[in-house]
Design a protein around this ligand. Structure first.
Ligand code: ADP
Length: 188
């Protein structure tokens, strides 16, 4: 299986590049952000709980997102592989993901980290907020919270995957197609 963690701060371009990678490598796309927004749209209890946190730009509890990923893995036993987008976001999530994949006799192939500076991220998110309808993209203080959460809890995962020799940094600034080519080269 080809199992890719697509990593990077909010606004790094994970969603855009995931869509292109999914098509080229025939992978299943698992975005915890999309799954959570699906729960909110469906009005579930889980969605209601998550919404309060997402609206503040803070992470939802590990158990919630790990449970969602577990059931998606169980629902797709014949997948050729997965792109994990926006997951894992904490060391506990990364450890849980390793355990879930080990149970299925597979593992993470590589972590591709899109690198984009903070000024560019804020600019992109505010731009996206104009038509995405995402309230967390429309307020600079919420964006700042998301970037703070990323730096505190998520950025350390680069070391987690580097220790397994799976970390690959990719310049996330430039033409979408050029970034896509760099990702494909890194996948090899
Ligand atoms: P972005 O990468 O632009 O922040 P996402 O859609 O990935 O967008 O995430 C939106 C929000 O959903 C996050 O700010 C967080 O509240 C919640 N979220 C998504 N994935 C996770 C996760 N793996 N762990 C905890 N919270 C998450």
């Amino acid at each position: 299986m080809l199992n890719i963690v697509l990593f990077g701060p909010p606004g790094a371009g994970k969603g855009t590049q995931s869509a292109m990678l999914v098509e080229k490598y025939m992978l299943n796309h698992l975005s915890t952000g999309d799954l959570l927004r699906g729960e909110i749209a469906a009005g579930t209890a889980l969605g209601l709980e998550a919404k309060k946190l997402m609206d503040q730009g803070v992470l939802v509890p590990d158990e919630i997102v790990i449970g969602m990923i577990r059931s998606k893995l169980d629902q797709n036993p014949d997948a050729k592989g997965f792109i994990f987008d926006g997951f894992p976001r904490t060391v506990a999530q990364a450890e849980a993901l390793d355990n879930l994949l080990t149970e299925k006799s597979t593992g993470i192939t590589c972590m591709l980290a899109l690198e984009v500076n903070e000024a560019e991220l804020v600019k992109r998110l505010l731009h996206r907020g104009k038509d995405s309808g995402r309230s967390d993209d429309q307020d600079e203080s919420i964006i700042a919270n998301r970037i703070r959460e990323y730096n505190a809890k998520t950025a350390p995962l680069a070391n987690y995957y580097a220790a397994q020799n799976k970390f690959k940094g990719i310049n996330g600034i430039g033409e979408i197609d050029a970034i896509f080519n760099s990702l494909c080269e890194a996948i090899g």
